[in-house]
Design a protein around this ligand. Structure first.
Ligand SMILES: C[S@@+](CC[C@H](N)C(=O)[O-])C[C@H]1O[C@@H](n2cnc3c(N)ncnc32)[C@H](O)[C@@H]1O
Length: 217
């Protein structure tokens, strides 16, 4: 089975991770791989963090070892000379997508672990690049088209949201700023949405490790 992953290493704005999670679940991503920092702000996720599996690694090289054990290519998403136009669908197998920092783009260290790069062609002259979550969404959508993922069932004007997995454990988020916490709580009250992590098992690198940083409510 062809799978996709999103690697989060140097995303500065923690709410962008929540938005990435929303796109990740919409486009059938198997896991989000958090490297280094494991805290994030679920604001922007619309409750979708409960449908995404998270895994944590301390270093990019540890993440690479894991992804290679899954026979995965690592694709850097960046506007670089050697990047292939994503609309060409230059994919061969399961792929992990590594996005760059909002200000600096992909670092040299991040580029080192990538097997190839894709870029999204832009047509207008008003901006040098896209927002990182927008770029991720476009690339993940193209990957889903290439992989032939089945479209989710619709109900009226919406896609049917899956039941939350019984394995998922209720957690609160480690948000950096008080405003983020207030915003997150208000949003959660409004949406009745919560943060969840994959409570799978024995792998010390998996979400169970995240428990240390997240306080139960
Ligand atoms: C706001 S951009 C970073 C811009 C940064 N100032 C730079 O010069 O690289 C954040 C990330 O979004 C992704 N991105 C944005 N626009 C893209 C595009 N047109 N093609 C590929 N990736 C893009 C890349 O991963 C990039 O590192």
């Amino acid at each position: 089975m062809i799978e996709s992953y999103v690697v989060v290493h140097n995303i500065a704005k923690r709410h962008n991770v929540g938005t990435l999670a929303r796109s990740a679940t919409a486009f059938g991503v198997s896991e989000m791989i958090l490297v280094g920092r494991r805290d994030f702000n679920a604001f922007g996720s619309h409750g979708s963090t409960s449908h995404v599996h998270f895994r944590h690694f301390h270093s990019l090289s540890d993440a690479r070892v894991f992804l290679k054990s899954k026979d995965c290519d690592i694709c850097g998403v960046e506007i670089t000379d050697n990047a292939v136009d994503v609309t060409q669908h230059p994919f061969k197998k399961s792929t992990a997508f590594l996005l760059g920092n909002e200000g600096m783009g992909l670092s040299a260290k991040e580029c080192e672990i990538c097997d190839f790069f894709v870029y999204i062609p832009q047509y207008g002259g008003g901006t040098a690049s896209l927002n990182v979550t927008v770029a991720a969404s476009i690339v993940l959508h193209h990957f889903g088209v290439w992989a032939g993922y089945s479209e989710r069932t619709r109900d009226g004007n919406k896609y049917v949201v899956a039941e939350r997995s019984a394995r998922q454990v209720r957690r609160s988020f480690c948000a950096e700023k008080p405003e983020s916490i207030i915003e997150m709580r208000r949003s959660r009250r409004e949406n009745a949405s919560n943060g969840f992590f994959d409570g799978s098992g024995n792998d010390v690198s998996s979400s169970s490790l995240l428990d240390a940083l997240f306080t139960d409510e």
